[in-house]
Write a protein that binds this ligand. Structure first.
Ligand SMILES: [Zn+2]
Length: 128
C-alpha cells in the first residue's frame, strides 16, 4: 500500500459514522487473527480509553481540575436479533453512550444500542 492509498483509507475510516465504523471493524475482526495458539484464544476488539474529572467520582475531591484514572471499555456489537434489519443505522451517527458489563467475562462495555453482544466472549448484554 502506498502512502497515498494509506491516507485515503484513513480518511475513509475517519469519515464513517460511529455505527458504520464499528460495523466495518466487526467484519475485519471476524477475519483478522490477533494471535493463535492451540491453548490460547484471542480476539481483536474496538476499545475506548476514557477518564473523568476526579470530582465526578469522589465527593471528597476538591480539586476541580484533577483527572481520575483511565479506564478501558470494549465497544459492544449490536445484537441484531433484537432489532429489525437496518434499525440501528437509521439513528445516524450515535455515540457509544450505552454502558454495562458483560455477565460472563466481566468486561466493561459501551455501545450505541441497548441490546449488544460482548466483542470478547459473545455474550448478550443489556446496556443502559
Ligand atoms: Zn464478555
Amino acid at each position: 500500500m502506498t502512502p497515498v492509498q494509506s491516507e485515503q483509507v484513513v480518511d475513509f475510516l475517519v469519515d464513517l459514522s460511529k455505527p458504520e465504523f464499528l460495523e466495518l471493524l466487526q467484519r475485519v475482526f471476524d477475519r483478522k487473527v490477533a494471535y493463535e495458539e492451540s491453548w490460547d484464544e484471542s480476539r481483536f476488539f474496538l476499545g475506548i480509553g476514557g477518564r473523568v474529572l476526579a470530582v465526578w467520582e469522589n465527593e471528597e475531591e476538591t480539586d476541580e481540575t484533577k483527572w481520575g484514572l483511565w479506564r478501558v471499555r470494549a465497544v459492544a456489537y449490536v445484537d441484531r436479533t433484537r432489532y429489525d434489519d437496518g434499525y440501528p443505522e437509521r439513528w445516524g451517527d450515535k455515540s457509544f453512550t450505552q454502558h454495562g458489563r458483560c455477565s460472563t467475562c466481566g468486561t466493561a462495555l459501551s455501545s450505541y444500542m441497548k441490546s449488544a453482544i460482548c466483542p470478547i466472549c459473545g455474550t448478550q448484554a443489556g446496556l443502559t
